[in-house]
Design a protein around this ligand. Structure first.
Ligand code: HEC
Length: 231
């Protein structure tokens, strides 16, 4: 392996020329940016983008999805180094400089932004393990149903997504009922005005893998999480 790398003329410290989101980019953002640039953002970071996701993600609170890192690859590459063209801007992450390797990964990725204005997802890990979800109802209080969940990933990838199920908004009786990210959490589904019936709960989770080939945009897995009965 080492001999091969030496023979091809690149050292261990050279960033990949065509970085993959799952393998190269996500770990850099996870280690250096996501603690502030997640959803919701922390510490006054700009709320219009999240760096724990490649793609835009629909969230419970808004009707519009929140953009992921792919739409912001150029902006990200611009903010990680000082620029005389943008003298007033804080270099990211605040108070600490990224290493040359990390800067190289993010800059090379931004260099791949194409006509779709997004940086490509690229190939994922060839032996990728898909994310897993455990969901449990823990109580009801009138129209409110409380749940506990855990999202796991054997590769330790950041996982983002949402849960769809019954909720009344305008004319629709189903939609996004919870935001899901790696780890454990709780949420409440409000069944006000939802007609009686049995509704499927379906999670859409993205661990960074390319699910449907380089040209597809449905890169999430769907997991059925059981039925929710509305009396
Ligand atoms: C300690 C919290 C923190 C960390 C860590 C952090 N940021 Fe930020 N970031 C902020 C804050 C606060 C702002 C808004 C103020 C500003 O624009 O300078 C911001 C703004 C930005 C913006 C501008 C967003 C816009 O809509 O204009 C980008 C791009 C950005 N950060 C990228 C990064 C990247 C890439 C990393 C990791 C390498 C990172 N940040 C790490 C707090 C953080």
């Amino acid at each position: 392996m080492l001999a091969l790398i030496a023979a091809s003329g690149c050292g261990l410290d050279d960033p990949p020329v065509q970085p993959s989101w799952q393998v190269d980019v996500m770990p850099v953002l996870a280690a250096n940016c996501v603690r502030c640039h997640t959803y919701p953002t922390i510490g006054f970071a700009a709320p219009g983008l999240r760096m724990d996701s490649y793609d835009a993600v629909e969230v419970v609170a808004f009707d519009a999805p929140i953009d992921g890192a792919a739409h912001n690859a150029t902006l990200i590459a611009q903010r990680i180094q000082y620029s005389k063209y943008r003298p007033g801007e804080t270099v990211m992450p605040p108070g600490r400089e990224l290493g040359d390797y990390e800067i190289g990964v993010l800059r090379n990725w931004a260099g791949l932004v194409d006509g779709s204005l997004k940086a490509p997802r690229g190939a994922g890990r060839s032996d990728n393990a898909p994310p897993e979800l455990t969901l449990e109802e823990i109580g009801r209080n009138g129209v409110l149903v409380m749940f506990r969940y855990e999202v796991r990933d054997r590769d330790r990838d950041l996982v983002v997504g949402n849960l769809r199920g019954p909720r009344k908004k305008g004319n629709e009786v189903t939609g996004v009922v919870a935001d899901l990210v790696s780890g454990r959490g709780t949420f409440t589904i409000d069944l006000t005005d939802v007609p009686a019936g049995s509704y499927e709960l379906v999670a859409r989770l993205d661990d960074g893998a390319d699910i449907d080939g380089p040209d597809g945009t449905n890169d999430f897995i769907e997991i059925s999480a059981g039925m929710l009965v509305v009396p």
